[in-house]
Ligand binder design. Sequence first.
Ligand code: PAF
Length: 440
Amino acid sequence: MRSILQPRSLWRAQPLTTCLRVQFRVISAPGARFITTSNQEEYETSLYERGGLSGRVHILGLGNVGSFVAHSLATRRNAPPITLCMHNDHIRRDFERKKGSISVSTHGLDDVRSGFDIEAVDEFGTWSQVPSKDYRPSPFQTEKPDTRVDDSPIDCLIVCTKAHRTELALRDIKHRLTKDSTICFIHNGMGVLDTINQTIFPDPDERPNYIQSVFSHGLTRKDIFKIAHMGAGTFILSPVTSGSPTEVNEDAWAPSTKYLMRLLTLTPPLVAMAETPAGLQQYQLEKLAMNCVINPLTTLSDCTNGELLYSFSFTRVMRLLLFEISAVICALPELQGVPGVEDRFSPERLRRLVVNLARMTAENTSSMRQDMQNKRRTEIEYTNGYIVRRGEELGIKCVLNYMIKHMVTAKVALGQDKEHGYVPFDLENDIDIATHEPGV
Ligand SMILES: CC(C)(CO)[C@@H](O)C(=O)[O-]
């Protein structure tokens, strides 16, 4: 009976046959989101044992999303071994300062989890296991723990880096990924996988398996490895397969993909669900449209998401941007023939989605604004930049998105350049201050 009272989330867009092979017990009335099974955990274990997998999950990119995913997996009663991949010594030291733990607060209550393994990469791209420190005070504690080289293959990797950092981050770890591995990508924007296929895994026969996703939980950083879960969202997942885009075809998935899909969809705090490739693409495009409006406007105006709703001028700009975005999405060749696309991506429906999201996340600082404030590069090339690129392919000029993209890039560069001392680009076209004519 006890397992029935401890439900495991299984809120899916589509039923998975791997799930159907085990016996479900619905825990409340019809239509309930939570289902549990009597032999789930046994089944999960056998799934990776049968597939010759270690069951270990590596996480690359330890910002809000990476920390939340690691923490969520650690809350499972039968948590998998989790390795946090650290790219530099600062993160490792920060993590040690936090005594090797990640904290997530929900409704003001902190939940702290530990027991994570750490791997760090050196300047030559070699990964080493960092033994976990004994955090009790001891006179024998060494400052820097001994490390052991570990460049062994990785079964399951979750990449939570920003869109524009994904390629760079994968360069250091690609030698540990084989065609049997599965990478789950979580980032804003679109077009990253095309870049990864061109530059990191150009040979389709040696390429790892991919899971694409749309992640919509609201997270804010309170401190290093301490985040607040501001708004419950969902985590929609779809493995990339060569089969029909309108079907979830589990038989075509590699064992590591099956294992990771099952693990994520059975981790309640993630509210993860499986979708068909075509279904996921439409969620990605909806999220893209929202990110193309909220993120750059909050960045350029340095305001919270909710503040966008209090100005007539913002609503005008939103509307004009969405006309271009809607025109490009509705003309995409991959969506031709999909029923209801014109309605789903009409400027008016997209506007309602944007307004609702801005209202729901009113207090939030968008991720792009956070990047701008921290003088970091933004994801603009994969949001408005993606719309401009796809528009060019289709003969649709997206001048407003083009302008917004450059304004955001300029704003971030300005912040960075001011720190470094900078040289203006356009010296030859000075305007004569007296005559207001271009000088020679
Ligand atoms: C909700 C959202 C659009 C803005 O906070 C979020 O996706 C973000 O910050 O990128």
